[in-house]
Design a protein around this ligand. Structure first.
Ligand SMILES: O=P(O)(O)OC[C@@H](O)[C@@H](O)c1c[nH]c2ccccc12
Length: 378
């Protein structure tokens, strides 16, 4: 262990374990593996690993050192804000309002989320959230459940979504009993469940996630949230989530790298959501990704186009996905057995379905209708 003063200006002293490899230790000076980060900088929108990761540095490992030395941090150090870094990576969603008008609904959701999370963090700082982790039910194998269901049924494994409303469709189901719906999904063969926790736009919340988990539902649970801060990942785990959604259209590479590491540490699965070639390429360049979701819905315009899944998995990208053993989830806009076979032919091994099930009188019984056959539970 070495103690380094990372910021003279902010007098932040953190304890960082040095490189474990003696060769690495000889070849790197401490300043190289833990660069000076101006914590007191006016650039308030630093990458997560700078604003939070280093304050939590005692938990960092070697993998993280190479991360904090990465190009993205150098960019930030040289004066670029996270929004500039994101824009360089083709991300259109700005984390912080630079004008009063958001460009689209997703940007509005993110701006609101930044405020919501900062309030929640004041109420319950990360250290307190971490203290509750030990009481959380253990994380279950999300990817394992998807693979097993695919093997068993020969059709894409179902991640059935418990969602009361959406900004594009309004209220999807007035008579909404999330625990009953979750049980019905499980009974009719869903491999995993996706639980919306965003309150403002989807009328979800974390009580639903906790209640479903406490009701004894065995399917692993995806916390469907707009994650922009690591705090939300720890919070989701403390509430019983087995997986979290990370949206590449919102998160720059450096956040994805740090967050996927945190997920791994917590035993959570990260579902990386992409919507276009550039986002998929970014995600494929990040090590350790097991699960990618291709969202057929453009979250900026709400337009749905199932051919996006097919287009993204064609050619070289599909090859890389196969070589890396990544499971791909086809997301949104799936209503019929034809829709499901269309994405299955594109090499999708799982589907994420909300609207077409939740709107039916009996959402559980609607599952065989979606696949054209009964789905076997494990
Ligand atoms: O209801 P649908 O069209 O079956 O879609 C489900 C799911 O894919 C969608 O809810 C979704 C996909 N990615 C998201 C990100 C945030 C909120 C919601 C989503």
């Amino acid at each position: 262990m070495q103690s380094l003063c990372l910021s003279a200006s902010a007098r932040v002293r953190v304890s960082i374990p040095g490189p474990t490899s003696p060769r690495l230790a000889r070849s790197l000076s401490p300043a190289e593996w833990a660069p000076e980060i101006p914590m007191g900088s006016v650039r308030r929108s630093a990458p997560l690993c700078c604003t939070r990761g280093l304050q939590e540095a005692s938990a960092l490992d070697n993998e993280t050192y190479s991360l904090i030395n990465s190009i993205e941090v150098r960019e930030w150090e040289s004066g670029k804000s996270i929004d500039d870094i994101a824009a360089n990576q083709g991300i259109r969603i700005r984390r912080h309002p630079s004008t009063n008008t958001p460009r689209n609904i997703l940007e509005k959701i993110i701006w609101d989320k930044v405020i919501e999370v900062s309030e929640l963090k004041k109420e319950k700082p990360l250290t307190l959230v971490k203290e509750t982790l030990a009481d959380a039910p253990p994380a279950r194998d999300f990817v394992g459940a998807l693979k097993a269901s695919y093997e068993r049924n020969g059709v894409p494994a179902l991640i059935a979504e418990v969602k009361k409303a959406s900004p594009s469709k309004g209220v999807l189901r007035e008579d909404f009993d999330p625990v009953e719906i979750a049980k019905a999904y499980e009974q009719h063969g869903a491999a995993c469940l996706s639980i919306l926790t965003d309150e403002k736009y989807f009328q979800g919340n974390f009580k639903i996630l906790e209640a479903v988990r406490k009701a004894g539902v065995q399917c692993p649970l995806l916390c469907k949230e707009f994650i922009i801060d690591s705090w939300q990942i720890y919070y989701a785990r403390s509430k019983g989530a087995d997986a979290v959604l990370l949206i590449a259209g919102v998160l720059p590479d450096i956040d994805i790298k740090l967050m996927t590491m945190e997920c791994r540490e917590l035993g959570l699965t990260a579902l990386l959501e992409v919507h276009n070639e550039r986002e998929l390429d970014r995600v494929l360049n990040i090590d350790g990704i097991q699960l990618i979701g291709i969202n057929n819905r453009d979250l900026e315009t709400f337009e749905v186009d199932n051919s996006i899944t097919k287009r993204l998995l064609e050619g070289e990208r599909g090859e890389i996905v196969r070589k890396k053993g990544i499971i791909v989830v086809g997301e949104s806009g799936l209503f019929t057995p034809d829709d499901v076979s269309y994405v299955q032919n594109a090499d999708v091994k799982a589907v994420l379905v909300g609207e077409s099930l939740i709107k039916q009188n009996d959402p559980g019984k609607a599952i065989p209708g979606l696949f054209g056959k009964e789905i076997l539970q494990c």
